[in-house]
Design a binder for this molecule. Structure first.
Ligand code: NAD
Length: 338
């Protein structure tokens, strides 16, 4: 770390210099942002870390984990230095590490707020997985902490970076099939009912509404381009421990547009359908890791392929930071769903 780079980072952190002017408009130096993943579970291991090998504007620089036995493999697979390995207890020391620009929270949902706020207080940009937090108060506390510490906050809504989804988001604006009349969104998976750890613990964000429900809720919002005004009805199916296995709901949007949603951890489905005055369109599947595709009533295919939503997401959000622009998916987007 040169003293010039250290000066630039300190100045940027203090708000004296924007990050854009610190690193140049499109990082002409070729510098990539260093990302530290907090929580090395399935999503970090199988999706985010491999995607960070594909990204052009950021790379995996560090890890924060409570499982020391995982460290050697992560160091070997991603060339992570000893100095960039933290435990949950030592994580706050990341403030002293100039190689980490972004801290990405990939923990069980009930822990997002605590760790996102700690990352912000360490002066690092924060990326936080979905769903943002358990309560709107926690979401707001994350937003406030990022604002107070002058760091960027973005939520891991990979669909906003997926090209077929982006087409549907545009349709809500341009209305090529006339006014939207109704929408239907469903996202669920069926797996073994036992042994899903925190995903069945309400204190940590378990249950279908938190785990999968943000997909249909978010899809109804981006699919309509509006915010719901009313929950018309909502129904849930609980297991013996009170954890929701299925949730269904009807929302009302401005102009009398109605939307139905369903989410589950015991039923498999995945689609968004939008009915309009002069036709319809749908994404089916709408949020699986690969192969999001769709069609329209006049025979158009929405089938642009992407290798990794996560790489698109992290590159776009890294570029926003480098260029000093607002995040593509800010904290407010996560807050509204909660
Ligand atoms: P996981 O269970 O596979 O991993 C969770 C990690 O957190 C593990 O490494 C575990 O050791 C650690 N952990 C720390 N404290 C814990 C505690 N008190 N209890 C349980 N685990 C603890 O989960 P995951 O699938 O990696 O999900 C992590 C986050 O990522 C969740 O918020 C989830 O909603 C989100 N996620 C997002 C997507 C997406 O497509 N955007 C996909 C999967 C998961």
């Amino acid at each position: 770390m040169t003293s010039r780079r250290k000066f630039i980072q300190q100045a940027a952190a203090a708000g004296v210099l924007s990050v854009a002017s610190a690193y140049g408009n499109d990082s002409p130096s070729g510098r990539k942002l260093g990302v530290a993943l907090v929580g090395l579970g399935g999503y970090s291991r199988n999706k985010l870390a491999p995607a960070l090998k594909m990204t052009k504007h950021c790379y995996l620089a560090g890890i924060v984990t409570g499982s020391p036995e995982k460290i050697p493999k992560w160091k070997k697979d991603y060339g992570i230095k000893d100095a960039n390995v933290y435990s949950y207890e030592t994580m706050d020391k990341i403030s002293e590490n100039p190689e980490i620009d972004v801290v990405y929270i990939v923990l069980p949902t009930g822990l997002h707020a605590e760790y996102a706020i700690r990352a912000a207080k360490a002066g690092k940009h924060v990326w936080c997985e979905k769903p943002m937090a358990l309560t709107t108060a926690d979401c707001q506390a994350i937003i406030d902490a990022c604002k107070e510490n002058k760091v960027t906050l973005s939520i891991g809504y990979r669909m906003h970076h997926e090209p077929n989804t982006q087409t549907v988001i545009k349709y809500a604006e341009t209305k090529p099939y006339g006014a939207i009349k109704s929408l239907d969104a469903k996202a669920g998976y069926a797996g073994p009912p036992q042994g899903r750890g925190w995903r069945f613990d309400p204190k940590l964000g378990g249950g279908s509404l938190y785990d999968m429900g943000v997909y249909p809720i978010n899809a109804l919002r981006y699919g309509s381009g509006m915010e719901p005004t009313r929950v018309v009805s909502a129904k849930r199916q609980l297991n013996a421990q009170g954890v929701d296995l299925v949730d269904e709901f009807v929302l009302e949007f401005p102009g009398g547009v109605t939307a139905t949603g369903r989410t589950s951890v015991i039923e498999a489905y995945n689609r968004l359908r939008v009915e309009c005055e002069d036709g319809w369109y749908e994404l089916k599947p709408m949020s699986t890791y690969d192969g999001v595709k769709g069609r329209t009533s006049d025979g158009k295919k929405l089938d642009q392929r992407t290798e990794s939503h996560q790489a698109l997401q992290m590159d776009a959000e890294a570029q926003a930071i480098i260029q000093g622009k607002p995040p593509i998916v800010p904290g407010d987007e996560g807050l509204r769903d909660i």
